[in-house]
Design a protein around this ligand. Structure first.
Ligand code: GDP
Length: 203
């Protein structure tokens, strides 16, 4: 039998800037109130190796990240001359430094179209471009031009990571959680969101 769509899962990280700014509760409540179910959660200090494995599931991902960055910068009117693979490498180095610089919260969210719904709530990568109403648009103000300003540069601080697609979610969940740490349970939303017979609504 194919997987029940209501069991789709995604991986979310509240990055060190989200923890430092005490936004964990606010961020978590956005996912709870839309109807996504929390099925795993931990607070931890990632190692650089774990951060690297999270961002680089294979070599092609490095170049793909460079391409995404170039596209994002174009939308903000920034001209990029760097080759995508080199740019991707540079961004990965910065991301590994950032993600392992302080504690993060890792969580798994479950629900119908969990991956797409979560990405919609999170907003686009650069907070300058993220829509109002999204987590990145509502709670922070970073931009590519500021993050890349000067010689050193740093990762764009955008509070949160969310898996981009189902395949990425399957991979990333394994980077942060053992299968036994993901809890299968019913909550009071299940009936009204999903049950054909609305079981449990009336006594
Ligand atoms: P996401 O899925 O929206 O997080 O975006 P990506 O997977 O494309 O990028 C991963 C992370 O790298 C982003 O969340 C940013 O923190 C950072 N990042 C991406 N592109 C750039 C860039 O061009 N410059 C800098 N400084 N950071 C970037």
């Amino acid at each position: 039998m194919t997987k029940n769509p209501k069991e789709e899962k995604t991986l979310v990280l509240i990055k060190p800037d989200g923890i430092q700014r005490a936004l964990a509760g606010e961020i978590l409540s956005r996912f709870e109130r839309v109807g996504l179910k929390l099925v795993a959660l931990k607070f931890l200090l990632p190692t650089p190796d774990q951060a690297y494995r999270h961002y680089v599931k294979n070599e092609a991902e490095i170049e793909a990240l460079g391409f995404r960055s170039i596209e994002g910068k174009k939308k903000s009117g920034i001209e990029v001359t760097e080759e995508p693979k080199l740019l991707g490498k540079k961004i990965i180095d910065r991301l590994v430094t950032f993600l392992s610089a302080g504690p993060v919260i890792a969580m798994v969210l479950e629900g119908n179209h969990a991956v797409a719904i979560t990405r919609k709530l999170v907003g686009s990568t650069e907070p300058l471009q993220s829509d109002v109403g999204t987590i990145r648009g509502d709670y922070t103000i970073d931009s590519y031009s500021l993050a890349d300003y000067g010689d050193a540069g740093r990762a764009v601080r955008n509070l949160i990571h969310a898996s981009a697609n189902i395949e990425e979610a399957d991979y990333e969940i394994k980077v942060w959680f053992e299968p036994k740490e993901i809890v299968n349970y019913k909550n009071s939303f299940d009936a009204i969101l999903y049950d054909v017979n609305l079981d449990g609504i009336l006594e």
